[in-house]
Design a protein around this ligand. Structure first.
Ligand code: NAP
Length: 288
């Protein structure tokens, strides 16, 4: 990698950033495309987000990714936010276009693309059950709703966030049927009747948690997804695969949200397979 006076800098703001794989993914893409760009992590202390956002302008960065805990707080600091990011209430990519900061959310699109491209799954008309109602669940469900799923059922620890997500989906896609259940409701039959089941919580094993997955209800007609990513398959996907279900973890979502950010910043088609190799290598090196 060459760094000189013309190098265009992009990066990621968040905290902590110790485990981020994004620099490896993006720098591999810049290298492969022969672009004089570089991607660096910018850990930002809590309370200093407004200064960090001003810094994007002052330092003339090309843009940044935004991760925890700033995805929501960053919205009012931007000049423009896409309708999709506005509706999910979270931004994960900022483009500096001349002096204007424009906020995007590429997480949901990343998930949708990973289903379409990596496993050839058509979501139209499907019944979806999602565990979790946080930022990732919001972006994923709104994307799926806009892509034409028939129903979405939310199971989440806190009822407030379930209600909030229900309202977001209903406003984004009124034709989709949306409902939510509490963790202590009996949702075994809902699981059995769902086409797509998604874990959008950080839990990779559910024992001892308030949330449970009735794995005996999983079956060969289903697609079971876990947004967490690792070299190792999470227990939920092992159980699902053992019952004949198709499974997808979060690596594809991570890859395609990065590819979408690359395209927003550079205006060029992302070298997806180069980025995939870099992601897998970074996971191996980090032993995640
Ligand atoms: P978030 O906004 O903090 O939401 C976390 C969700 O998990 C909430 O619904 C929360 O429930 C639930 N939860 C957390 N701890 C729990 C526990 N102990 N028991 C029951 N429920 C619990 O986080 P997020 O951004 O949505 O991320 C969720 C997961 O998706 C993370 O593991 C993240 O790594 C992954 N993710 C992956 C990608 C990718 O590219 N593959 C992208 C984004 C996120 P409450 O509402 O009750 O708090």
């Amino acid at each position: 990698m060459r760094i000189d006076g013309d190098t265009r800098v992009v990066g990621i703001i968040g905290n902590p950033l110790g485990h981020t794989l994004s620099p490896a993914i993006h720098n591999a893409a810049f290298d492969y495309m022969g672009l004089n760009w570089c991607y660096v992590p910018f850990p930002v202390e809590e309370g200093r987000l407004p200064e960090a956002v001003q810094g994007i302008r002052a330092l003339r960065l090309g843009g940044v990714n935004v991760t925890m805990p700033f995805k929501t707080d960053v919205l009012p600091l931007l000049d423009e936010v896409t309708a999709f990011a506005q509706s999910v209430g979270a931004v994960n990519t900022i483009l500096m276009d001349k002096e204007r900061l424009i906020g995007y959310n590429t997480d949901g699109r990343g998930f949708y693309t990973s289903l379409a491209r990596d496993v050839g799954y058509e979501v139209k008309g499907r019944r979806v059950l999602i565990l979790g109602a946080g930022g990732a669940a919001r972006s994923v469900t709104v994307s799926l709703a806009l892509a034409g799923v028939s129903s979405i059922t939310i199971v989440n620890r806190s009822a407030d966030r379930s209600r909030e997500l229900t309202g977001i989906i209903e406003r984004s896609a009124p034709e989709v049927s949306v409902s939510w259940l509490a963790p202590d409701d009996n949702y075994d039959l809902v699981v059995a009747d769902s086409d797509v089941i998604i874990n959008a919580t950080p839990l990779t094993a559910f024992q001892g948690s308030v949330l449970r997955v009735p794995v005996a209800m999983l079956n060969r007609n289903q697609l079971v997804c876990d947004l967490n990513y690792s070299l190792y398959q999470p227990p939920l996907l092992q159980e699902a695969e053992a019952r004949g279900a198709q499974v997808v973890d979060g690596k594809g979502m991570l890859l395609y949200q990065a590819a979408a950010a690359f395209e927003i910043w550079t205006g060029l088609e992302a070298p997806v397979e180069v980025m995939r190799m870099a992601l897998l290598k970074a996971l191996e090196e980090a032993r995640i």
